[in-house]
Design a protein around this ligand. Structure first.
Ligand code: ATP
Ligand code: MG
Length: 330
């Protein structure tokens, strides 16, 4: 039997180049060898969008279109709508007994997000506990591999702690530990150069951005503030244009030459931005064209089919879990 993979994204906006390089490319590569499930994580998205649920519900179709347009094949990958699998919520409740507030408090990604969202005075409990529901996602689908960006490593660690605790307390081995699959660029910086590119920070290039928006964002990119005239020597490290050229340009030898030229001086920001713009337009043009050709009803059918298939696996796992704990039906 093929090993299982579980990944997913929160439908809080369209997917971007960070998703592409951080985990989507791995998912495309792995889908033919493994039994891959992708979760459109609408429940998890509600933990910080509960007061704007329409933002989440509207983006389920958009994110699914992103998957299909980059080459996720619904015959090989099962795309699942999280809220339609109630076993995830049930499993989360069992797992909440196995973690302490102290453990949740130590999670560096959640800590950072609490600060970023200004929650420090009153943290919604659902948000604080989302790593536990992520452990339920992964283990319900019996996943051994999880292709993610590196901000998710604390979630994988938390999942494995829960797995070990569950197996020990209930004298079983039904739950399996999982491993993250990271990519070469496991954290793509935003166009502002400050933090990782993300939907909520508005500093990302979406896979579906039209050509003029891509160009505008490339020309907004942070470079080297001391590189004032083209003739000045420039810094490549921390220069967002070069970070993106490293990640997305198809000819890395040409990128090495550009870096050497920029360092010695004589290469202007407009020239490197035009080169990056050309290479992003080449990458994203066909993805956008594929997206535009997708029929929304067909996309809904794919979600319906994937969710129904996933429901069977969810049922099988939850039955094992209930039996291990000793939950009875009457
Ligand atoms: P939000 O701002 O709503 O949190 P996001 O842009 O951070 O959205 P998520 O849906 O939280 O995206 O992330 C989904 C997956 O994509 C995770 O595995 C995450 O690690 C990966 N990912 C997101 N942004 C990046 C990035 N900039 N670089 C690498 N991986 C990323
Ligand atoms: Mg995020």
């Amino acid at each position: 039997m093929k090993k299982k993979i579980l990944t997913g994204d929160r439908p809080t906006g369209k997917l971007h180049l960070g998703h592409y390089i951080g985990s989507l490319q791995n998912r495309i590569k792995l889908q033919s060898t493994y039994d891959q499930y992708i979760l459109v994580a609408d429940l998890q998205a509600l933990t910080d969008h509960f007061d704007h649920p329409e933002k989440v519900t509207q983006n389920i179709i958009e994110v699914t279109k992103d998957y299909l347009s980059i080459g996720i094949d619904p015959d090989q990958t099962t795309i699942v709508v999280q809220s339609q699998i109630p076993e995830i919520a049930e499993l989360t409740v069992y797992y909440l007994n196995l973690v302490t507030l102290g453990q949740l408090n130590r999670n560096p990604t959640v800590k950072y997000e609490i600060q970023q969202k200004g929650y420090s005075k009153s943290i919604p409990a659902g948000f604080f506990c989302y790593p536990v529901s992520q452990a339920a996602d992964i283990t319900l689908f019996q996943a051994e591999l999880v292709p993610v960006g590196d901000d998710q490593l604390p979630m994988i660690e938390q999942t494995n702690e829960i797995v070990r605790r569950f197996n020990k307390i209930y004298h079983t081995n039904i739950l399996k530990e999982c491993k993250a699959v990271l990519s070469k660029t496991s954290r793509l910086v935003g166009i502002d150069g400050k933090s990782k590119s993300s939907k909520s920070l508005g500093n990302a290039i979406a896979l579906s951005d039209p050509p003029d928006v891509i160009k505008k964002k490339v020309f907004q990119m942070y470079t080297d503030p001391d590189h004032i005239k083209a003739s000045d020597p420039g810094r490549v490290e921390g220069n967002v244009v070069f970070t993106y050229l490293d990640a997305f340009h198809s000819d890395q030898e040409a990128v090495a030459d550009l870096k050497a030229h920029y360092r010695r001086g004589g290469l202007g920001d407009v020239v490197i931005k035009n080169i990056l713009n050309d290479s992003l337009q080449r990458l994203l043009g066909p993805i956008r064209a594929k997206r535009d050709s997708l029929d929304t009803n067909m996309v809904k059918e794919i979600l319906h089919y994937g969710t129904a298939k996933a429901a069977q696996l969810a049922k099988a796992t939850i039955e094992m879990v209930r039996e291990a704990i000793g939950i009875q039906s009457f």
